[in-house]
Design a protein around this ligand. Structure first.
Ligand SMILES: *Cc1c(COP(=O)(O)O)cnc(C)c1O
Length: 387
C-alpha cells in the first residue's frame, strides 16, 4: 500500500478499558456499512439506529434519551433552535385548512411565522387569551388540530393552566404542544399534565452559557415522534454533535445554575418591587403576576428570568438610562451565566388583549453574579430614572 493510501486508512483503536465521564463527540456525514446488503436495507432500520449523519450519531442519541427521560416522554427530536422546535412541529402536524391556536403571548418570532409561512400554506392560525379559558373554548373549531401553550408567556409572564387546556383540546380532538423553555423539565413537565408535545429552547437554560443554538421536541406519543423524525429527515433538519455535546455538558450544572439564578432573582425582584421607578414586577414570587396560582400549583421552582414594568411616570427615562449599567449586558436569549437586560416593546405583539402598560418593559435574565452586585448595577438605572 502506498503512503498516500495509508493516510486515508482509519486505524481501529480498541476502546476496551476506556470509559470517560464525558459524552463523546461523534461527528459523521457518512455512516459506514459492513455489507452491501445492510446498506440496501438501511431505511428499514429502526428509528434509533444509524443511517446517515443527518439523522444523528451516538452523541445525539445521548441527549435525545436524556431529554426523553427528564420529560417523561417516548421520543425526543433535536432541532437547530427553540424556534425550529415550534415551527417544525406545526409544519409537520398541522395541514392546510386545519386550525392552530397560539397564545397571544407566544414567543415573538412564532407570531411572525404564523403570519407568513403558516398563512401561505393555508393553515389557519389564531391567537387566544392565555389566561381566559372561556376565550380559548370559544375559539376552538371543528378543524382545530393543535393548541400551543407557552407558560409563562413571553415578556408578560402569564402562567397557563395546562391541564384545563388539555381538557378542552381532548374534547376537540386537538393536540396540545407546550413551550416549556422558561421552566425546563426541572420545574415543570407538561407531558405529565397531559400535553402531547413539549418544546425546549436548549439555547437557554440547558446550554446555559449563551454560546449555542439548539432546540428539542419531546412527545409521549411514539407515532407522532416517528412522524416528526421522518419529516425532519426529509426537510433536511439536523444538528451538530459539537452543539449537542455542549448541551449535554450544560445539563450537568443546570440544576445548580437555575437554583442560584432563581435565588438571586428573588432578591433582585424584591428590591425592584420596592423602587418607585417600578410599576410592577412580573415574577411568580408576586401574586399579582397573571396565573401565579397556577405556577404555585404546578411548578416546582422558578429561574432567573422575569419582567419589570416601569412606573408610567418615569417610563420614558428607562431606555436612555440602560447604557449606564456595567454588569448587565443588553441582549436577548436568557438563561446564560451572565445577567442580561432586554428592553422589549409589548403592544405590537398583542392582538387579543390590548397591552395598556408602558410601551417598553424590561426583560431580565439573572445569571451567576453576586446578587448584591446586580442590585447595585440596577440602581444605576432605576435611581437615575427618579432623580
Ligand atoms: C428563546 C425562546 C425560543 C426560541 O429559542 P431559540 O433557541 O432562541 O430559537 C422559543 N420559545 C421561548 C419561550 C423562548 O424564550
Amino acid at each position: 500500500m502506498h503512503a498516500d493510501t495509508k493516510l486515508l486508512k482509519k486505524v481501529n483503536v480498541e476502546p476496551d478499558g476506556y470509559d470517560s465521564l464525558s459524552v463523546p463527540i461523534h461527528r459523521a456525514s457518512t455512516i459506514k456499512y459492513s455489507t452491501a446488503a445492510s446498506f440496501a436495507a438501511r431505511f428499514q432500520r429502526d428509528a434509533d439506529s444509524y443511517i446517515y449523519g443527518l439523522y444523528g450519531t451516538p452523541t445525539h442519541r445521548h441527549l435525545e434519551q436524556k431529554l426523553t427521560e427528564l420529560q417523561g416522554g417516548a421520543r425526543t427530536l433535536l432541532v437547530p433552535s427553540g424556534q425550529a422546535a415550534v415551527t417544525c412541529s406545526i409544519l409537520t402536524l398541522v395541514g392546510a385548512d386545519q386550525h392552530v391556536l397560539l397564545p397571544d403571548t407566544v414567543y415573538g418570532p412564532v407570531r411572525d411565522f404564523a403570519a407568513t409561512e403558516v398563512a401561505a400554506l393555508g393553515i389557519q392560525a389564531e391567537f387566544y387569551d392565555p389566561v381566559d379559558l372561556d376565550d380559548l373554548r370559544a375559539r376552538v373549531r371543528e378543524n382545530t388540530r393543535m393548541i400551543c401553550v407557552e407558560s409563562p408567556g413571553s415578556l408578560t409572564m402569564e402562567f397557563q393552566d395546562v391541564a384545563a387546556i388539555v381538557d378542552i383540546a381532548r374534547k376537540a380532538g386537538a393536540l396540545v404542544a407546550c413551550d416549556n423553555s422558561w421552566a425546563s423539565p426541572l420545574n415543570f413537565r407538561p407531558l405529565e399534565h397531559g400535553a402531547d408535545l413539549v418544546f425546549e429552547a436548549l439555547s437557554k437554560h440547558v446550554g446555559g452559557h449563551s454560546d449555542l443554538m439548539l432546540g428539542s421536541i419531546t412527545t409521549k406519543d411514539e407515532e407522532i415522534g416517528l412522524r416528526l423524525k421522518a419529516a425532519m429527515g426529509r426537510l433536511g433538519i439536523g444538528t451538530s454533535p459539537d452543539d449537542v455535546v455542549l448541551a449535554c455538558r450544560g445539563l450537568e450544572t443546570m440544576a445548580i445554575r437555575m437554583e442560584r439564578s432563581a435565588a438571586s432573582a428573588a432578591i433582585v425582584a424584591e428590591w425592584l418591587a420596592a423602587h418607585k421607578a417600578v410599576g410592577q414586577v412580573l415574577h411568580p414570587h408576586f401574586p399579582d403576576t397573571p396565573g401565579q396560582h397556577i405556577w404555585a400549583r404546578d411548578f416546582s421552582g422558578s429561574c432567573g428570568v422575569f419582567t419589570v414594568v416601569p412606573n408610567e411616570e418615569f417610563a420614558s427615562r428607562m431606555l436612555p438610562g440602560l447604557d449606564a449599567l456595567n454588569i448587565f449586558s443588553i441582549g436577548a436569549s436568557w438563561g446564560g451565566t451572565k445577567s442580561l437586560l432586554a428592553p422589549s416593546a409589548v403592544s405590537a405583539s398583542r392582538t387579543v388583549r390590548r397591552w395598556t402598560g408602558p410601551e417598553h418593559v424590561l426583560r431580565i435574565s439573572i445569571g451567576q453574579e453576586h446578587p448584591d452586585d446586580l442590585v447595585g448595577d440596577l440602581a444605576l438605572l432605576f435611581d437615575a430614572m427618579t432623580a
